[in-house]
Design a protein around this ligand. Structure first.
Ligand code: HEC
Ligand code: HEC
Ligand code: HEC
Ligand code: HEC
Length: 198
């Protein structure tokens, strides 16, 4: 009985899909085009590390920024926890090594409300636009960002690998310390994040 229903549903979707393809495609395509050109969207699930030999990383953006995932069980993770340049430079004064705002003269802090009101003014840049892969020149900066090592004089070049690992693992380590049952990936188990596609 269930199986028959499933087949029926599949057939219906296929028919509907075919109808859309034959009739509406030009209309759908043109409106999608104008939308992606004009409005930056809030991504739900992002595939990162597409060119990593270890395999890609599926990152659920909405689970991380909607309040579903929390560090302490109650507080929603702030957008700026990850999008660290999306706040005024003055606010970064007491968060070393962070100091760079983008755009440099911004006066707003990225929040869900700000983004919904005016995605353009919210000023969200992709991490890789600054934290480029080794050997590449970043789109928004003259060079790949560097910071001083916390415990020595060493300089850390924040290519994509360093930037993402520090940001993602930094939080997951804290989460796992507070809650050993947490689903947060382990920093030392690479395959909890990197998955090879078949
Ligand atoms: C846990 C980390 C994290 C949090 C919290 C977070 N984001 Fe993101 N966000 C990311 C990552 C990683 C990307 C992908 C960036 C890339 O492609 O380099 C991204 C991408 C985006 C993009 C698309 C940027 C583009 O490339 O066009 C938007 C818009 C965005 N986030 C908005 C928000 C808003 C608004 C909030 C707060 C409600 C938020 N994010 C909270 C990590 C986060
Ligand atoms: C506009 C350029 C720019 C963008 C976009 C950007 N960063 Fe950065 N990032 C920097 C710079 C520059 C530094 C060095 C510190 C500073 O000047 O603020 C840095 C530092 C860092 C650090 C080191 C902080 C520490 O305490 O270890 C991490 C981690 C990081 N970025 C992760 C990310 C992630 C993840 C994203 C995307 C969600 C991102 N960055 C987006 C420019 C950028
Ligand atoms: C500020 C804290 C924080 C940051 C930053 C963060 N995470 Fe998480 N992450 C969490 C928490 C909390 C959980 C969920 C724990 C639970 O529900 O048990 C989680 C769970 C996950 C999971 C397992 C569950 C799932 O959604 O598949 C993956 C994979 C993951 N994070 C990837 C990432 C990646 C990749 C980044 C960096 C781009 C990142 N996270 C940055 C806090 C964070
Ligand atoms: C929290 C999830 C997570 C864990 C755990 C993790 N990574 Fe990653 N890794 C990422 C993300 C996200 C990126 C950056 C992706 C991007 O630039 O799109 C990345 C990038 C990389 C890159 C650079 C890929 C490239 O060529 O641009 C390498 C290499 C890498 N990781 C190796 C490792 C190794 C080795 C481990 C285990 C010790 C590990 N990763 C654990 C999430 C993770």
């Amino acid at each position: 009985m269930k199986r028959k229903l499933m087949i029926l549903v599949t057939v219906l979707f296929t028919v509907a899909g075919a109808a859309m393809l034959s009739l509406d495609l030009p209309i759908i395509r043109s409106s999608a085009q104008t939308q992606t050109q004009d409005v930056q969207k809030m991504p739900e699930v992002i595939i990162l590390a597409k060119d990593s030999r270890l395999g890609q990383v599926t990152f659920n953006h909405v689970s991380h920024n909607s309040g579903k995932y929390t560090i302490d069980g109650t507080t929603k993770i702030a957008c700026t926890e990850c999008h660290h340049t999306a706040q005024p430079a003055a606010d970064l004064a007491d968060m070393p090594p962070l100091k760079t705002a983008w755009p440099a003269d911004r006066t707003t802090v990225l929040t869900d409300e700000l983004f919904k009101k005016d995605p353009k003014a919210a000023g969200v840049a992709a991490c890789r636009d600054c934290h480029a892969r080794a050997g590449a020149t970043p789109k928004l900066l003259p060079a790949i960002p560097e910071i001083k090592h916390e415990a020595s004089t060493a300089i850390i070049r924040l290519v994509n690998q360093q930037a993402f690992h520090r940001s993602c693992d930094g939080c997951h380590i804290e989460v796992r310390q507070q809650n050993p049952q947490s689903k947060a990936p382990s920093a030392t188990s690479c395959v909890t994040c990197h998955k090879r596609t078949a």
